[in-house]
Design a protein around this ligand. Structure first.
Ligand code: GDP
Ligand code: MG
Length: 224
């Protein structure tokens, strides 16, 4: 089966969640919360240790994780069409029936100041608790400049031209807890088969998963 063919209602595996975001939107927080709630796969581009061929290593890792996980979050900003095409094409080559769900942090140009405020506050509060963007030890100006680069280069998803099975719009300026609930609801509505063997999480379960992701998670390693 090629991606997009067949009935979404029958799908029970090979779903890739592709965040479309900039730094500090909450991608990793939601990815980790989904791991906690459902035991799904999650891989961060920040954990790719090689310098050469990083996009290929990232895609190959996502493909491998699909062997044992029905859903995998491809945790990278994927803020440009070229990156999204790359992950979709490279994973589809090894997993032909994979379906791709955009976890789409909507970035309207008119809302940029609100997005800047929300993401900067989070990243500066995160301090050094990150693999590369260490706002505690790097100067704040340098971090803000890196974040601005992503905002500037951001290309919105084009539903006509990009091969997403589902696009879930979420808001980078609201709490991750709220976005998590939207993501779970829409996945459940579109792919009920993913959830057939488990109870849906309660409000308290989602609160606890976000709390764990925000307060107990530490990156596996850091790069100076
Ligand atoms: P990413 O860069 O998109 O992966 O963003 P993260 O998930 O790492 O979030 C950036 C920082 O904001 C982290 O320190 C998170 O713990 C924190 N964070 C994420 N979601 C929320 C939220 O809803 N409220 C608050 N106050 N902090 C959050
Ligand atoms: Mg992250």
């Amino acid at each position: 089966m090629e991606n997009g063919e067949g009935d979404a209602k029958d799908v029970s595996r090979n779903i890739v969640i592709v965040p479309v975001a900039t730094i500090g939107c909450g991608k990793t927080t939601i990815g980790l919360a989904l791991v906690k709630l459902f035991g799904w796969g999650h891989f961060q581009n920040d954990n790719v240790k090689t310098k050469k061929g990083r996009p290929q290593v990232f895609a190959d890792t996502i493909s491998s994780l699909l062997i044992t996980n029905p859903v995998v979050t491809a945790d990278r900003n994927n803020h440009q069409k070229r990156e999204r095409d790359q992950i979709i094409n490279d994973v589809s080559r090894t997993v032909p029936d994979a379906r791709f769900v955009a976890m789409n942090y909507v970035h309207d140009r008119a809302n940029y100041d609100n997005i800047r405020k929300a993401t900067r506050d989070r990243v500066l509060a995160r301090g050094d608790n990150h693999q590369t963007i260490q706002a505690g030890s790097k100067g704040q100006d340098e971090i803000i400049e890196i974040m601005e680069g992503f905002m500037h280069r951001f290309q919105p998803v084009d539903p006509q031209d990009e091969h997403f099975d589902l696009i879930i719009d979420i808001d980078p300026t609201v709490e991750s807890r709220e976005n998590l609930e939207v993501v779970i609801e829409q996945l459940h509505n579109n792919y009920p088969g993913l959830f057939k063997d488990q109870d849906m999480p309660t409000d308290a379960d989602m609160d606890a998963a976000i709390d764990w992701a925000m307060n107990d998670y530490k990156p596996d390693f850091k790069i100076d």
